[in-house]
Design a protein around this ligand. Structure first.
Ligand code: R5P
Length: 288
């Protein structure tokens, strides 16, 4: 087995290779220093692939990283790989998982179809809706990121884990159980892409340290709204803990409502304090 990493996931890919004890194949991402003037992606495999089983690790967000994934998968196949396992730590476009309005693309299905073209199986994490996995024409599995978050939560100053909305309940429940902490949830109403509000609910948080656990932090609007509610109800400390930290738009400003922000390395950022390499390596081992 060999491991290849795309430029969106280099540290994670190297960590997965170390966990698996598998050789890592380096990739060049520039034909000339500075890349192509028009911004198009380039990849060149710098080591032999042979007829090996190759694990390709690449988050497909934002869009150029999706293109890079397609280039890498095709080059790995052309080089002779007999099996390709795609690890997509963060699967972009997962939130458009149905046709909300006539004529819309079901973006998650579109991505699934193209990502599957050169892969034999796919592993991803904290996917927006697990039903998306059935949209892939290959075997596709969600690997839980909660054991990784629980490693952090167990050692942290946290009394209660809170899901900011219904969708995050499965994550809060799993991470709280693994970390041995209590959990609760809020109910969120999304008004538009940037604005959410929480339904009134009394929480037992006075004087407590609370970790809000979610799959994704994008603009930080969801977390900021929940954090303000917690502080208004007397919480002593609020941390924001997520698998995928996108931190777009006014996220930094929104997240000042929290005392700490923690994410995993599915999307590298200064908040990536927890690695999900052990979880993905274990999942690869269990593929058989
Ligand atoms: C929504 O269903 C997700 O679980 C997240 O709560 C949401 O994507 C976070 O987005 P934002 O940070 O923009 O509020």
């Amino acid at each position: 087995m060999k491991v290849v990493g795309g430029s969106a996931s280099l540290p994670l890919a190297r960590a997965i290779a170390r966990e698996l004890g598998a050789p890592y194949v380096d990739v060049s991402f520039e034909r000339h220093p500075g890349g192509f003037p028009d911004g198009e992606r380039y990849i060149r495999l710098l080591g032999p692939i042979g007829s090996d089983h190759v694990v390709l690790v690449q988050t497909t967000y934002p869009d150029p990283n999706l293109v890079e994934y397609l280039l890498l998968a095709d080059a790995i196949r052309d080089a002779g790989a007999r099996r390709l396992t795609a690890i997509i730590p963060y699967f972009g476009y997962g939130r458009q998982d149905k046709r909300f309005l006539d004529g819309e693309a079901v973006s998650a299905k579109t991505m699934a179809k193209h990502i599957a073209a050169d892969a034999d199986e796919l592993l991803t994490m904290a996917i927006h809706n697990p039903d998306i996995l059935s949209m892939f024409p290959i075997r596709a599995r969600e690997v839980s990121g909660m054991p990784a978050l629980a490693r952090y939560l167990k050692a942290a100053d946290v009394d209660l884990i809170l899901a900011p909305d219904d969708g995050a309940i499965r994550h809060a429940k799993e991470s709280a159980t693994l970390a041995g902490k209590a959990w609760d949830h809020l109910d969120k109403e999304r008004l538009d892409s940037y604005t959410v509000k929480v339904k009134p609910k009394a929480l037992d948080v006075r004087g407590k340290s609370v970790a809000i656990v979610d799959d994704v932090i994008s603009t930080g609007g969801t977390i900021a709204t929940a954090a303000r509610e917690l502080k208004a109800q007397g919480a002593r400390r609020v941390s924001a803990v997520c698998v995928h930290g996108l931190f777009v738009g006014k996220a930094d400003e929104n997240l000042t409502a929290c005392d700490e922000v923690v994410s995993t390395d599915t999307v590298p950022s200064p908040h990536s304090k927890v690695s999900v390499a052990p979880e993905f390596a274990a999942a690869v081992r269990s593929l058989g």
